[in-house]
Design a protein around this ligand. Structure first.
Ligand SMILES: Cc1ncc(COP(=O)(O)O)c(C=O)c1O
Length: 393
């Protein structure tokens, strides 16, 4: 029998990605407040999702240390065995209240939450007929992974195009087949907002389940930063979000009815068979939820600076797509050129990573700029002038 050289096969795949400029590697960075050190150079970070700088917040750090000293590090078990402590329950009910919803369930990461919740809901045993799942074309990979399921009819609608969604809903309006609409509220790579009111309207008209990922909205948008879904909390069946971005921590949540929470506790294998969140993280999360309403000035500054950068980039003729938020893609198209621009920005003191296919659609490679409350007007203008100089690279 011929011996298989596994490493050679992996290497073939790596070589292929090098040839088409999609090779990924880990960069060794050092963190220094809102700057990072890379290859001995201090860089201003425009690629961070720590939108409010809370990963460095002193109050959160101190409260976390206090809890570690009191309870220790790990929880020691899954929630259903001996790892469900009062702190888990308190954090969940605190967030559910802030999100004006019935209940909340914490997950280890946003990726895992979306992937495993959707896989658990699309269960052929509970639906007599095959569900139709309508997903925005630009939804995050973890939503897409949750839909890789032979028990559903998976249909992607044009990004943020509710006419297209309604056309597809009408076309597939088979009697008694359950229907689901899946969207993000702020899109991760394009920085535009979903029309949540329109999604709710279609949800009601076509009697569908509505799932919304608030990963990039939570902390920044909506009342006190508790997300764009807040205004529609009675009408959205399932809202997910992460604590890893504006909350500056790690972990994720789902906001839903008490019944759906109970269904997930009973059926979601990533919840059932995985150790519960450690006390240290719960402490950071609880503290950052508590802090959120007090960060109005930080949010205002971030929104004002994002507006400024979007406007000057547009005026200069850069393609920033449909961005409306603090996520501002400078769409270059050509991957090689995007990588080169990112490297040149590094030389000028900015860390802006290139985002390439398959993370974004073909021919839309981009520099994904994210504005945080740590940036000031001077930083924004400096970045803009450097980009301007690189325009004709
Ligand atoms: C829209 C969206 N959902 C979910 C996630 C995953 O969240 P986490 O980093 O907590 O796994 C991300 C992360 O980039 C995201 O952009």
């Amino acid at each position: 029998m011929k011996k298989i050289n596994f490493n050679q096969l992996f290497l073939n795949s790596i070589s292929q990605s090098k040839r088409n400029n999609s090779y990924r590697y880990l960069k060794k960075l050092n963190k220094l407040d809102n700057k990072i050190k890379y290859k001995n150079k201090l860089l201003l970070n425009f690629s961070s999702n720590d939108y409010l700088g809370l990963s460095q917040n002193k109050i959160i750090k101190n409260e976390t240390i206090k809890i570690i000293n009191k309870y220790g590090i790990g929880s020691g078990s899954s929630r259903l065995v001996s790892g469900n402590y009062d702190f888990h329950e308190e954090t969940e009910s605190f967030l559910a209240k802030k999100k004006k919803s019935e209940s909340c369930l914490i997950f280890s990461t946003g990726y895992l939450a979306n992937y495993s919740i959707l896989s658990t809901i699309f269960n052929s045993k509970i639906f007599k007929r095959k569900p139709f799942v309508f997903s925005d074309k630009l939804n995050h990979q973890c939503i897409y992974e949750g839909c890789k399921n032979k028990n559903i009819n998976f249909i992607r609608f044009k990004h943020n195009d509710l006419n297209n969604l309604e056309y597809l809903l009408k076309k597939n309006n088979l009697k008694n087949n359950p229907k689901f609409i899946l969207s993000e509220s702020v899109f991760s790579m394009d920085g535009d907002f979903a029309d949540i009111e329109g999604l709710v309207f279609l949800k009601k008209k076509y009697n569908t389940f509505l799932f919304l990922d608030e990963a990039h909205a939570t902390g920044i948008y909506g009342d006190n930063g508790f997300g764009l879904s807040l205004k529609f909390s009675k009408d959205i069946d399932c809202v997910t979000g992460t604590f890893s971005k504006a909350f500056g921590c790690f972990g994720a949540y789902v906001i839903c009815s008490k019944i759906l929470k109970s269904y997930l506790i009973n059926n979601c294998s990533s919840f059932i068979y995985s150790t519960s969140m450690p006390f240290s993280l719960l402490a950071s999360i609880y503290s950052s939820i508590k802090l959120m309403p007090k960060l109005k000035n930080e949010r205002k500054k971030l929104i004002k600076n994002s507006y400024l950068l979007r406007e000057i980039l547009k005026k200069e003729g850069f393609n920033i797509g449909t961005s409306q938020s603090n996520i501002i893609p400078v769409i270059i198209g050509n991957t090689k050129k995007t990588i080169l621009m990112s490297k040149e920005l590094q030389k000028k003191g900015f860390y802006v990573v290139p985002i390439r296919p398959p993370s974004v659609p073909p021919n839309t490679s981009r520099l994904r700029i994210s504005i945080t409350s740590n940036h000031n007007e001077k930083d924004i203008k400096k970045l803009f002038y450097s980009l301007k100089l690189l325009k004709r690279i």
